[in-house]
Design a protein around this ligand. Sequence first.
Ligand code: F6P
Length: 319
Amino acid sequence: MKRIGVLTSGGDSPGMNAAIRAVVRKAIHSDIEVYGIYYGFAGLIEGNIEKLEIGSVGDIIHRGGTMLYTARTEEFKTEEGRQKGIDQLNKFGIEGLVVIGGDGSFHGARKLTESGYPCIGVPGTIDNDIPGTDFTIGFDTALNTVIDAIDKIRDTATSHERTYVIEVMGRDAGDLALWSGLADGAETIVIPEAPYNMDEIAARLKKGHERGKKHSIIVVAEGCESGVSFGKKIEEATQFETRVSVLGYIQRGGRPTASDRVLASRLGARAVDLLLAGKQGRMVGIQQNRLVDHDIAEALQLEHTIDMDMYKLSKELSI
Ligand code: F6P
């Protein structure tokens, strides 16, 4: 293999730039050329492709977003769209592709590999919802952003003696809600993976109130319910003054944490190693702090799970 490509696709996540940098520099270090594909699979279809040099990825390791830009595209889900993409790759003489992104991007990488085009997936999403890896690139940064926001909201919750419902991202997964709720001592965490009982939640909040607790923080995963509708239910059930804060897109941006930069560097470089070793249709990940790789199709069939012991612990500690 003499020439590979790299793209980012789907929602951006902090650390994607560090992953791009690792792919480019590891490839050049291994004496192969790297081409950047702009705007994900949409850009691939259009041939928005350019050669990257060592300097192309200078000064990006600490920046959020993605220097290759990103997009969500329906066309690539069709066979015709994918064929256009493969034609572009062949035109540029690109023999293998590193796809950095989440679930949807991995489906694209799987389909390309099934059509005979070698791809390796690098998990980049704030949702942490990719099976086969303990952590995805961007999750740690988003988590710290959420914690920072909740700390600030807590000041107001305390000052006004209010209940705050905070809606966090995560698509269908509750990881961001669970980890931030545990890290912030939230009174209640609502995640799609665990059914909730409003009577029980209201009873817990009231019990806390009777003990002298004057404010409460409730973290709701967007995949479970909207913060606004949950906030209404809480106010009805408790009669406590309740406010809702939807954190939204601040969770997707910002300087990547050290953990995300290191993870992205390790995973990006490993993806290049796999392509050079003739592997294809694999995803890279980290499990128990060791780099791993799995068949991408098999990984996509697995269901993302959450650590239910952690969920139980969050309840025990937030009495
Ligand atoms: O996958 C990342 C994510 O931010 C999810 O948490 C959220 O549900 C979704 O993307 C939002 O997507 P969009 O950027 O298309 O609005």
